[in-house]
Design a protein around this ligand. Structure first.
Ligand code: PMV
Length: 333
C-alpha cells in the first residue's frame, strides 16, 4: 500500500495570541504544502514499526507500532517524532486503529519551520490523514483536525487549535473556540516576508502568559480590543466591494496591538516598515512573532516594489495565493 496526503500552510490575518485566550482570529490557508508519503513494508509482523524520515530535516526515527508511545530515536530528537507517536496513540484510543504491517513515512515540506506559517500543523494534519487511510479508517475533517490538535499540543503546549483547523479545511476561517466558520474570501494580494529568524511558538506564547499574569488590567482590555478588531475585519472581508484600504489599516492596528503585548522584534519591524514605505496598504507580523514572518497587504501593482523592499531589509519575500482544498489524501497503490 502507498498513501500520499498533503496539507497546506497558513497565515493568520488577524488575532494571533488573543485567540489563545478565547478571542476570535482569522486565518487563510496558502499554497505551500507539507506532504507525507506512507508505504507499507511487508516484513516481520511480530515487530511492527514505523520508520519516519524527513530528509530535509535530517531526521530518521523509528516508532514502535505496538505501543505507539514507545519512541526509539534512531537519529536525533525531534518533536515531529513525538507528535507522530501521539497521533498513533490517539487513533488507537478513539478509533481502535490497527495497521497490518510496518510502514515507512516520508515527510517533505515546502513550509519553512519556525516561521509562523503552521509547518508543524500541516505535517500533523497530513500524517493523520495518511495514517487513517493506511488503517482503513474514514475520518471526517473535524476528526482529522481534532487528532492533529493533540499532536499540536506536543509542539506548542497550549495551542488555540487555529493552525490544525485551517490546514485541514483550507480557504479562510473565522475561529473562535468552539466556533469555526469557513467563509469565502475575496481576492487580494499578500506578500509574506520571512525574517529567517526561527523561534519557538511555545516560548513566545508563554512570554505573553507571564506578562498577562503580571499586568492583567493592561492585558485583558487589550485582548478584548483584539477581539473587536477581528470582528471588524470579518465585516470588511465579507462586504462587497472589498475596502482594501480599511483592511490594510486593520493590519496596522493589529500590529500595534501585537507590539503592545511584546511579540514583535526588530527584524519584523524592519520588514514591516520597509513594506509600508514601499507602498503596502498595511503590514503586520503573522503567527507567534519574535522572529518568523510578517505579511503585507498590497495592490498588485506594488508587488515588485514591496518584494524588493523586503529583500533589501534582510527578509525573504514569498508571494502566495490562497489554498481552498485543505487536506488531500490519495491512495496510490
Ligand atoms: O507561529 P505559529 O504558526 O505557530 O502560530 C501561532 C499562533 C498563536 O496564536 C500565537 C498561538 C496559537 O496557538 O494560536
Amino acid at each position: 500500500m502507498k498513501v500520499k496526503a498533503s496539507a497546506p500552510a497558513k497565515v493568520i490575518l488577524f488575532g494571533e495570541h488573543a485567540v489563545v485566550y478565547g478571542q476570535p482570529a482569522i486565518a487563510v490557508a496558502i499554497d505551500k504544502r507539507a506532504t507525507v508519503t506512507l508505504t507499507s513494508k511487508n516484513n516481520n509482523t511480530e515487530k511492527k514499526e514505523i520508520v519516519l524520515k524527513a530528509l530535509d530535516l535530517k531526521l530518521e526515527a523509528t516508532i514502535n507500532l505496538h505501543s505507539g508511545k514507545n519512541v526509539i530515536l534512531a537519529n536525533h530528537h525531534d518533536k515531529i517524532v513525538e507528535a507522530t507517536a501521539k497521533i498513533i496513540e490517539v487513533m488507537k484510543e478513539r478509533h481502535d486503529a490497527d495497521w497490518p504491517e510496518s510502514m515507512e513515512i516520508t515527510i517533505v515540506s515546502q513550509i519553512p519551520r519556525g516561521a509562523g506559517l503552521g509547518s508543524s500543523a500541516a505535517i500533523s494534519v497530513a500524517s493523520t490523514a495518511a495514517l487513517a487511510t493506511a488503517a482503513g479508517i474514514q475520518l471526517s475533517k473535524d476528526e482529522i483536525s481534532s487528532i492533529a490538535f493533540e499532536a499540536e499540543r506536543i509542539h506548542h503546549g497550549t495551542p488555540s487549535g487555529i493552525d490544525n483547523t485551517i490546514s485541514t479545511f483550507g480557504g479562510a476561517v473565522y475561529f473562535k473556540r468552539p466556533e469555526v466558520k469557513n467563509f469565502s474570501i475575496p481576492s487580494f494580494s499578500l506578500i509574506i516576508g520571512d525574517t529567517k529568524k526561527e523561534r519557538e511558538t511555545k516560548k513566545v506564547v508563554l512570554g505573553v502568559k507571564e506578562r498577562k499574569e503580571r499586568l492583567p488590567h493592561i492585558y485583558n482590555p487589550l485582548l478584548d480590543v483584539f477581539g473587536n478588531l477581528v470582528d471588524e475585519a470579518l465585516q470588511v472581508l465579507t462586504t462587497e466591494p472589498l475596502e482594501l484600504e480599511t483592511l490594510g489599516h486593520l493590519f496596522n492596528v493589529n500590529q500595534g496591538l501585537l507590539n503592545a503585548i511584546g511579540v514583535s522584534s526588530l527584524e519584523l519591524e524592519q520588514l514591516i516598515w520597509a513594506s509600508r514605505n514601499a507602498g503596502a496598504l498595511g503590514a503586520k507580523l503573522t503567527g507567534a512573532g519574535a522572529g518568523g514572518s510578517m505579511i503585507a497587504l498590497i495592490e498588485t501593482k506594488k508587488e515588485q516594489n514591496v518584494s524588493e523592499a523586503i529583500k533589501n531589509a534582510g527578509g525573504e519575500p514569498l508571494t502566495v495565493s490562497i489554498d481552498t482544498k485543505g487536506v488531500i489524501t490519495e491512495e496510490m497503490e
